[in-house]
Design a protein around this ligand. Structure first.
Ligand code: GCW
Length: 662
């Protein structure tokens, strides 16, 4: 039997001596092996490819087990970027179709080494769920990050390409270790200047660093680039001159970055330019770029996050614009769709576009950065949110058409599949501001690799890698992480409430927010509709009928107040304050209950964490402790603000057992 037990000794005797420090090492806390270990085993590779050599190097440096043979075998094409690991008498054999598969296998083995006392010698075969597993950075060229809460951008545009920060490599390695293979460097609110030759040289420098780690670079582009950069009279995609401009630009990009991935585009959305400025459709705009990229194997990720201040319910607009275009997109266009129909709220139903477009490739966009979940101050483990969307059944092709299946290539096996998330990474020493926000970067990577993994499995892995394998610590930390997203929902906007955030910055509560002359769809009242009768957005057939955009039976379930899941009730229904909930409480009492529960949960998180003081290194213990304090205070702020405000409509007392607002 194959065993790796050596490290167990270290972990149990000195629980944190080996790993005690701040969060800068993320989940990559392996220590180099001693010379003795290195001499008793070999790590061999059958190819001199830089990525294969990197796999060899990682194992040589950190692997405490037996000898390993790494083989690239092109006959194994079905493995894509995956790998096979087999164990036989005293040796391990890794096979992959591509060199990057060996690198992923190396990290797999190291993960096992760090998390499992004894490795099961059964063969392992891993094939990623998605071809493209991509981070979207909303980083601006001036170094700021839109909705970034972990400091300024990692990318030092003023220093590149001459000065190379060591963090570029660390970033690439961290991503590779969880299977992320692509990155969009710049904000979707894109500066056209990213396509200037001077910037492309900087992009090339980053791409060169990321390449050995299997990471391809993509860019967000501004649809008006030809006008702004080269003075064309417009950017109308039907004009030859505009098409030629893009073709030339794409050629230039590929000359510098031969494995360039493609473009991400936010067009005709929140003031960004787009094809509609010239009376053209999203498909015409996307196809022009797709045609320019096609000869080089590049793709276009065209965002479906579109809405404007019309009389139409914002939640319906993307569907209305995109579904009629279903047959119009080129094969190398993927429509990138936010997980929900509004905007990364603590809870949304899945976006009805998933499964509605039968012919178009679709991908999910999640938000790892916590724009709407307490920035980097609140601990909110997001894997349960990601899973909730991926596991939602769209019924697009009958039962079992989950969002995961609609997007992972099952529907379009011949095209590339992709999944994206907006990064929470910045210059902070611990990368993500909150030490526990690292778990969300980790969880996205792991789910993009394999969407069947459970949130709990991922949490456990992350805890073991990031802290240590002490059972008490794992159990208590999981008890904080697992309910943490639901706690945020409870104290911010339970029962389907949404977008009652303070204007623009989206940190605190402002359900009363009203800016005279401001866009109605940016005012919280638009979403909660509280009045003397009740609260909630009527999206049934007597209201906006957004529920009708879903396939049967979801449309019926969401559209019927008695069938609608209560955690989405006020998303789809305007419900009287006295309405009896399943608990027997009235809606008002239930609302009070949820807000109060959220506050209590945050206090429990504090207590649990305090009890772990002697299980964690001091810097991280104190950092998390103080953030939990902020979270508990904020939770109370949310509860008091929302309950006192909604009380002005319902005019009912707050039940006795609920903590009084202060
Ligand atoms: O969530 C909203 C954000 C904007 C963002 C936009 C988008 C990048 O408030 O900051 O812009 O979504 O996703 O395009």
């Amino acid at each position: 039997m194959f065993r790796i037990q050596l490290f167990v000794f270290f972990l149990y005797v000195w629980p944190f001596s080996a790993r005690s420090e701040d969060g800068s090492r993320l989940w990559l806390r392996y220590d180099p092996v001693s010379d003795v270990v290195a001499q008793r085993r070999t790590v061999q590779v059958n190819q001199k490819h830089e990525t294969a050599l990197l796999a060899q190097h990682e194992l040589n440096t950190y692997w405490r087990g037996t000898s390993i043979q790494l083989n690239v075998d092109q006959k194994e094409a079905k493995l894509k970027e995956g790998y096979r690991i087999s164990f036989s008498a005293g040796a391990i054999r890794v096979t992959a179709a591509r060199p990057v598969g060996l690198l992923y296998a190396a990290y797999h083995l190291l993960r096992l080494q760090e998390t499992v006392g004894e490795i099961d010698p059964l063969p392992i075969e891993e094939i990623p769920s998605y071809d493209i597993r991509i981070l979207n950075h909303w980083d601006n060229l001036d170094g700021s990050i839109e909705r970034g809460y972990a400091g300024r951008s990692l990318w030092k545009w003023t220093e590149l390409p001459d000065k190379i920060s060591p963090r570029y490599t660390e970033y690439a390695r961290a991503n590779a270790s969880i299977g992320i293979n692509a990155t969009v460097l710049n904000n979707v609110n894109a500066s056209p200047y990213i396509l200037n030759t001077a910037y492309l040289e900087k992009v090339r420098a980053l791409a060169d660093i990321f390449r050995p780690y299997g990471i391809r670079v993509y860019l967000s582009v501004n649809f008006s680039s030809p006008v702004i950069l080269d003075g064309l009279k417009d950017a109308d995609p039907s004009r030859l001159e505009v098409q030629d401009w893009w073709k030339k630009k794409v050629k230039e990009v590929y000359k510098l970055v031969p494995d360039f991935g493609g473009f991400l585009v936010k067009a005709n959305s929140e003031g960004q330019p787009g094809p509609q400025d010239y009376g053209r459709t999203h498909a015409e705009g996307a196809n022009m770029l797709a045609d320019a990229l096609k000869p080089f194997g590049g793709i276009v990720m065209w965002r479906a996050f579109v809405y404007s201040p019309t009389s139409e319910d914002r939640a319906k607009q993307a569907y209305l614009e995109f579904v009629p275009l279903d047959k119009a997109f080129r094969d190398n266009v993927i429509v990138q769709i936010k997980n929900g129909p509004i905007d990364f709220q603590p809870r949304e139903p899945f976006n009805p576009l998933f499964g509605a477009m039968q012919h178009t490739s679709q991908m999910v966009e999640f938000q790892i950065t916590q724009e709407y979940l307490g920035f980097s101050n609140h601990l909110a483990y997001l894997a349960p949110l990601f899973k909730e969307t991926l596991d939602s059944d769209t019924y697009g092709r009958g039962a079992g058409s989950t969002v995961a299946k609609v997007t992972d290539g099952t529907w379009h096996p011949k095209r590339v599949s992709a999944i994206a998330a907006v990064a929470n990474i910045g210059e902070d020493r611990n990368w993500t501001g909150h030490d526990f926000a690292q778990a969300n970067w980790y969880a996205f990577g792991r789910l993009a690799w394999r969407h069947e993994l459970s949130s709990e499995q991922i949490a456990e892995e992350w805890i073991k890698l990031t802290f240590h394998t002490d059972e008490t610590f794992i159990r208590s930390t999981k008890e904080i992480m697992m309910p943490s997203r639901e706690a945020v929902v409870n104290y911010m906007m339970p029962l389907g409430l949404h977008h009652i955030f303070a204007f623009d910055h989206h940190y605190g509560p402002e359900p009363w927010g009203d800016r005279k002359g401001g866009r109605a769809d940016w005012m919280p009242w638009y979403y909660h509709n509280a009045d003397s009768i009740g609260i909630g957005f009527n999206r049934t057939d007597t209201g906006s009928d957004a529920a009708g955009q879903y396939h049967a039976p979801i449309a019926e379930i969401y559209g019927d107040r008695t069938l609608c899941p209560e955690n989405l009730l006020l998303w789809f229904h305007h419900v009287p304050w006295d309405y009896r909930m399943r608990s027997g409480r009235t809606l008002w009492e239930e609302l009070c209950e949820h807000y109060d529960r959220g506050v209590k949960q945050t206090r429990r998180f504090q207590e649990s964490w305090d009890r772990l003081e002697h299980h964690v290194d001091q810097p991280r213990f104190l950092a998390v402790q103080s953030k939990l304090k902020i979270q508990a205070k904020d939770a109370m702020w949310w509860k008091d603000a929302c309950l006192l405000y909604f009380q002005t409509f319902c005019k009912k007392p707050i039940p006795f057992h609920i903590e009084r607002p202060i």
